[in-house]
Design a protein around this ligand. Structure first.
Ligand SMILES: [Zn+2]
Ligand SMILES: [Zn+2]
Ligand SMILES: [Zn+2]
Ligand SMILES: [Zn+2]
Length: 243
């Protein structure tokens, strides 16, 4: 990617977009894409130099201890992109989110756009080919499960059912694209049908075993949350067996 001159958000100096440090004031710099025109800007800029759009609000919490990257073992950095709390690896561009953050992200298109524009596509090429292997959770160091997101997306994510989900940098755009095309709603529809089949089977069982008091095994089941499109999928993801 050709570099271009951008203004340092701290001192206003013109710095090449591929620099990670301002040569005038020494601030650490990171480029992100404008959610409007996709042109680059430095993180911390208030507005896009190119189209004038207001930049996404990104806070960096440097004092939090947040574990290390499951892939390249570098310390993660804790960020808030608009309302979404994530931890990012500056080495490979991978993201860690808690189950809660991920669920809200699945539901909110504006948050998705904000997270997408934050992802630095340059890291995709930097990252070495991902080998299929189990990697440890940044919080508990247990090996995480590998799971095909929403069963049909084809994106294999790593998750710890206690702590959250790991995405390699190139997986986030794929997942957001999948959600965008209605993949999550379809997967949930399938899940509902599966649930109905299960319940029908269960009712048959109950009829056969008349002495068994009729009660729904699925009452309050984590598989079905009528208030959330994403909820069922996410909860189901987190109900997997350990590797
Ligand atoms: Zn500067
Ligand atoms: Zn712009
Ligand atoms: Zn990494
Ligand atoms: Zn964990």
């Amino acid at each position: 990617m050709a570099s271009q001159a951008l203004n340092c958000p701290n001192c206003g100096g013109a710095v090449a977009s591929d620099k990670s440090k301002c040569e005038f004031c020494g601030s650490r710099l990171k480029t992100v894409a404008c959610a409007g025109c996709l042109d680059l800007m430095f993180l911390g800029s208030k507005f896009c130099d190119h189209c004038g759009r207001k930049a996404n609000k990104v806070e960096v919490f440097t004092d939090e201890k947040v574990g290390e990257c499951p892939r390249c073992k570098r310390p993660l950095e804790s960020l808030r992109i608009e309302a979404t709390a994530v931890r990012e690896c500056l080495g490979c561009g991978g993201f860690w989110t808690s189950a809660d953050s991920f669920e809200s992200l699945c539901r909110d298109k504006e948050e998705q756009a904000a997270v997408l524009s934050f992802i630095n596509k340059q890291t995709f090429e930097l990252r070495r080919e991902s080998v299929v292997s189990y990697v440890p959770c940044p919080d508990c160091k247990q090996l995480m499960n590998r799971s095909n997101f929403a069963e049909s997306s084809g994106v294999i994510i790593d998750l710890c059912k206690q702590h959250g989900v790991w995405f390699d940098a190139e997986e986030i755009p794929k997942i957001i694209d999948f959600i965008d095309k209605g993949g999550l709603a379809r997967a949930r529809e399938k899940q509902k049908i599966g649930l109905r089949d299960e319940q029908a089977k269960l009712r048959d069982e109950h009829r056969k075993l008349e002495h068994v008091k009729s009660h729904s095994v699925y009452g309050g089941s984590i598989f079905f949350n009528p208030f959330s499109v994403a909820g069922g999928i996410i909860s189901a993801l987190f109900d997997l067996k350990d590797p």
